[in-house]
Ligand binder design. Structure first.
Ligand code: B16
Ligand code: MG
Length: 216
């Protein structure tokens, strides 16, 4: 039985969190309230629908179903306009080195993301060809912290969950990996991800020795 790696997208491979933030902030400001970077932490790894529910709670806004649907579309249109010109320069530090190292060793790799925009983003940053499977917000019925997204990914790679290693920047994603019985690696501020099996700030802190050691 062989190891397989699963990568979250936003916050692990690319720094799209700042664009999600700008789009939510624009919506909040248009509705007459502020939305801070600290509040945006709660939105990481969380589905678009759930994010809007939390945002409207923050602003104390009651929405009809029609308004809710309109604002979901509006947020995504704004987000897409922000990522329109995204390119390889927005890949996070040393991600490509880690992907190359694993690819050379023929380790199966997948993306496991809550985003419905995962494929176009991977295309823009030219990383699509690294992955044996891409599981995203269009494939799942249950959002992180439910393990569904990672279990579909392990299944598509033909790997057993206990042999999968998940890189995640969101608490909900670490919980999903742990519930799936996978090894969880928290990326970013360790204080935000106390439940992770391992913590690193970014891939520049992860050595080839470490990748070798956790690979069976
Ligand atoms: P979309 P990940 C998540 O992606 C983001 O962290 C989260 O902030 C976003 O709301 C969610 O995707 C849905 O994204 O609106 O593009 O479908 O971190 O799981 O890769
Ligand atoms: Mg993420």
């Amino acid at each position: 039985d062989k190891s397989a790696f699963i990568f979250d997208l936003d916050g692990v491979i690319v720094d799209t969190a700042k664009y999600h933030y700008l789009a939510w902030k624009k919506l909040a400001n248009g509705l007459g309230f502020e939305f801070t970077k600290e509040q945006n932490e709660l939105f990481k790894g969380v589905s678009r629908k759930r994010c809007l529910e939390i945002l409207l709670d923050i602003g104390n806004v009651d929405a009809t179903q029609d308004q809710f649907d309109t604002w979901m579309v509006k947020k995504n249109e704004d987000y897409l306009s922000y990522i329109k010109d995204m390119d390889e320069s927005e890949i996070l530090p040393d991600v490509v080195q880690a992907l190359d190292f694993l690819k050379d060793r023929q380790v199966p790799m997948a993306v496991g993301s809550a985003s419905k925009n995962a494929r176009p983003i991977l295309e823009k940053v030219k990383l699509l060809s690294y992955f044996d499977a891409i599981v995203d917000g269009t494939d799942v019925t249950k959002a992180k912290p439910d393990p569904e997204v990672f279990l579909i990914a392990s299944d598509r790679m033909g790997a057993r969950p206990e042999n999968c290693i998940v890189f995640e920047d969101a608490a909900a994603g670490i919980e999903a990996a742990n519930v799936a019985g996978m090894t969880s690696i928290g990326m970013g501020n360790p204080e935000n991800l106390p439940e992770a099996d391992y913590n690193f700030r970014d891939f520049s802190e992860i050595s080839e020795e470490f990748l070798k050691e956790i690979t069976v």
